[in-house]
Design a protein around this ligand. Structure first.
Ligand code: ZN
Length: 268
């Protein structure tokens, strides 16, 4: 920003053919639009905000084809580098604005895979998130999005909520099949339960169901990792159990429930 003052006087009489190469060089018209002190051209595309962790961030306001704002959140570290590389790699926007239409059309041709391919790639991404226990929000990371975009500009990197939806879909698809399978194969089941405390200090009850199928093969199914209301009294844990037994239709065939020796759990 220190270079700003040395460049500004020069700007008052710009040569008509001088392209504004520097980030800080602003056509006078654009300057008037910006009411804040911020002089970089990126403020035409970003607003400031706060993250969940209360950190200062910048949020992309570029509108996509369907008029939906990009809303990608970037770290606000005082420099405009993050914003500039996002605008370029994702929106093909430079300080001169959107790339010329003919160039943009060429980019559009390679821009999207057909839906089937998108789904395949999305599934690979979800597999990685699950297998390596990545947070869903990893897909919102600007650096990650840039990385994907550079690897394959034809892949639309999904948002965290899409990832969640895909995992829910998979669950909804599998759940009735598992209920059916347990109902068919198990004569009686044994449950193991453990109470965990998550990073957010919330209690979760993990319940695993084991049984021997007609071919004498031991099967194990993780039925649920359920949130338990605080305080973690015997009643709340029992309530949680009841819900799971009902949901999985195994109440009548549950032979044993094994837990660790926590007193509260024994009480259930
Ligand atoms: Zn954006």
């Amino acid at each position: 920003m220190t270079q700003q003052s040395s460049i500004t006087p020069f700007l008052t009489a710009p040569s008509p053919n001088t392209p504004p190469y520097e980030d800080s060089i602003q056509p006078v018209k654009k300057k008037q639009k910006i009411s804040r002190k911020k002089t970089s051209w990126i403020w035409e595309h970003f607003i400031e905000g706060f993250s969940d962790k209360n950190e200062l961030i910048i949020i992309c306001q570029v509108e996509g084809e369907e008029g939906k704002k990009c809303n990608v959140k970037l770290k606000h570290d005082g420099s405009t580098g993050n914003g500039i590389s996002h605008l370029w790699s994702v929106h093909k926007i430079t300080k001169d604005g959107k790339q010329p239409v003919n160039k943009q059309q060429k980019l559009d041709v390679i821009k999207k895979h057909p839906e089937k391919r998108q789904n395949t790639l999305r599934q690979f991404l979800v597999n990685w998130i699950i297998d390596d226990l990545q947070p869903f929000s990893v897909v919102n990371s600007p650096s990650f999005r840039i990385f994907c975009n550079e690897l394959d500009p034809a892949f639309l990197v999904p948002e965290a909520k899409t990832i969640k939806a895909i995992i829910h879909q998979a669950y909804n698809f599998t759940y009735p099949k598992m209920v059916e399978q347990i109902g068919k194969e198990a004569i009686s089941v044994a449950l193991t339960a453990d109470l965990w405390t998550g990073k957010n200090r919330k209690g979760f009850l993990g319940i695993t169901c084991s049984y021997i199928d007609p071919d004498f093969v031991l099967k194990e199914v993780i039925l649920a990792i359920e949130y338990v209301k605080y305080p973690h009294t015997a009643e709340h844990i029992a309530e949680c159990f009841e819900g799971i037994l009902k949901k999985w239709k195994i109440r009548h065939i549950t032979a044993t429930i094994t837990t660790d020796n926590e007193k509260k759990q024994l009480n259930c």
